[in-house]
Design a binder for this molecule. Structure first.
Ligand code: SAM
Length: 408
């Protein structure tokens, strides 16, 4: 689970981890010098997470779970993936078969638990494809699949890029959009500034400001116009330049089916709320959440909350329709978590206590229930999706302007 930022000091990395981080920092200093002394934050974030051999996701082993850097819903409870499987089964039934493509599969836990449940439901996908950028995580996923579902192993395939032939089926991305590099801006009396990364003292990295370029200026102007606000001087936030092209590439990949994105975030009017004036960046190192992305490059995860209006609009621009938007709690309730829980806890008291506790973590608003949202984009699906049958909040995506939910 992602926690709010804390002020406590971060744990000190061991010497080999510190050396690893120093090597990445050196490379980042070279990139800063090559960029003329200031590197845009999205370039920095891309290097910190994905620099070949050194980035958090491309080197070594990002650490998941209670003894790692952070925990995600599939690791909190199999109830999450098993409930998601009910939704996947409904879509596969509507499509009369199809494939599942999971983006950023982490430890492989969600893939394994989903496939177990889909087999039980009699709705196994033809293939379960995984697109994963981290070689270390690919290995861990293969291990999880081999240990947990040896009989289904052959259905699972890893891809290096999105399939060239569009698929019929479902794309799943749990906590992946938050890892896309973002730009950081700051409103000032002299106009919009972009927060950049520069050389600091003693080989450290520090912040610097530069006038925002045309792409970022246009994005912020359009957000202000749409929300009918003037963001006040001092206001800091993020904008993700890669989100729309990324969603468009996924739209091209879906001939018929649904892309389900699960992540922490808000509709645009809440994301760029005047009171959220310090931005949404969230970093994780050994289960400590904090808001300093320049610390420990390569050793910590760096994320930003998702502007779900941006994601939905990108899908619509690319020809998909918004099939639903709601909180994780409402999605899991709509997709059938209560019935699943009831069956599981019926006979075993110890199991009942454990699973009820896990369900609370997934559902309670002060835990993962409210902050995490689910967005479904798709085409060619005739039936309403069960996950949005409880409460569908899609009208919140386009306030205050008007409908963005239908494909052009
Ligand atoms: C926060 S982890 C979430 C892992 C998993 N989905 C879960 O919920 O436990 C982010 C995952 O996305 C992967 N990732 C990051 N950027 C990606 C991209 N552009 N395409 C595919 N996977 C990506 C990471 O390697 C990692 O597996």
């Amino acid at each position: 689970m992602r926690r709010p930022p804390a002020r406590a000091a971060l744990p000190i990395p061991d010497p080999s981890a510190a050396e690893h981080s120093a090597r990445l920092a050196e490379r980042i200093h070279v990139a800063i010098a090559q960029a003329g002394g200031r590197l845009a934050f999205d370039h920095y974030m891309a290097m910190a997470l994905y620099e070949p051999g050194l980035g958090y996701y491309s080197a070594g082993q990002p650490r998941f779970g209670s003894r790692g850097d952070f925990t995600t819903a599939p690791l909190t409870s199999a109830l999450f993936s098993r409930t998601l499987a009910q939704q996947v089964a409904q879509i596969l039934a509507a499509l009369e078969g199809g494939v599942v493509l999971e983006l950023g599969a982490g430890t492989g836990r969600m893939a394994a638990d989903l496939l177990i449940e889909l087999e039980r439901l009699g709705h196994l996908p033809e293939r379960y494809l995984i697109l994963e950028v981290s070689a270390a995580l690919r290995q861990e996923q293969a291990q999880t699949i081999a240990n947990s579902i040896p009989g289904l192993q052959e259905r699972v395939q890893w891809l290096d890029r999105l399939p060239e032939t569009p698929i019929r089926g479902i794309i799943l991305a749990n906590e992946v959009i938050d890892a896309l590099p973002v730009k950081r801006f700051q409103v000032s009396q002299d106009g919009l500034q972009e927060q950049m990364v520069a050389h600091g003292e003693n080989a450290r990295l520090t912040w610097a400001l530069a006038p925002a370029g045309p792409e970022l200026s246009a994005a912020v102007a359009s957000i202000e116009a749409e929300l009918e606000v003037r963001l006040p001087p001092g206001y800091v936030s993020e904008w993700c330049p890669r989100l729309a092209p990324w969603v468009a590439s996924l739209a091209e990949t879906v001939a018929a089916g649904v892309a389900l994105f699960i992540d922490y975030g808000y509709p645009r009017s809440e994301y760029y709320h005047r009171e959220r004036c310090m931005g949404t960046l969230l970093c994780h190192y050994r289960n400590r959440a904090h808001d300093d992305p320049l610390a420990l490059p390569g050793l910590q995860d760096i994320t930003a909350f998702v502007d779900f209006t941006h994601a939905a609009r990108a899908g619509v621009e690319a020809g998909l329709s918004v099939l639903g938007f709601t909180t994780q709690a409402h999605f899991l309730i709509g997709a059938g978590l209560p019935a699943l829980l009831e069956t599981e806890v019926a006979y075993d008291r110890e199991q009942a206590v454990r699973l009820t506790q896990q369900a609370k973590t997934l559902l309670f608003p002060e835990q993962m229930g409210e902050c995490y949202k689910v967005l479904a984009l798709g085409r060619g699906i005739p039936t309403p999706l069960s996950g949005f049958s409880w409460i569908d909040l899609r009208d919140r995506l386009d306030r205050p302007q008007g409908a963005i939910t239908t494909a052009k």
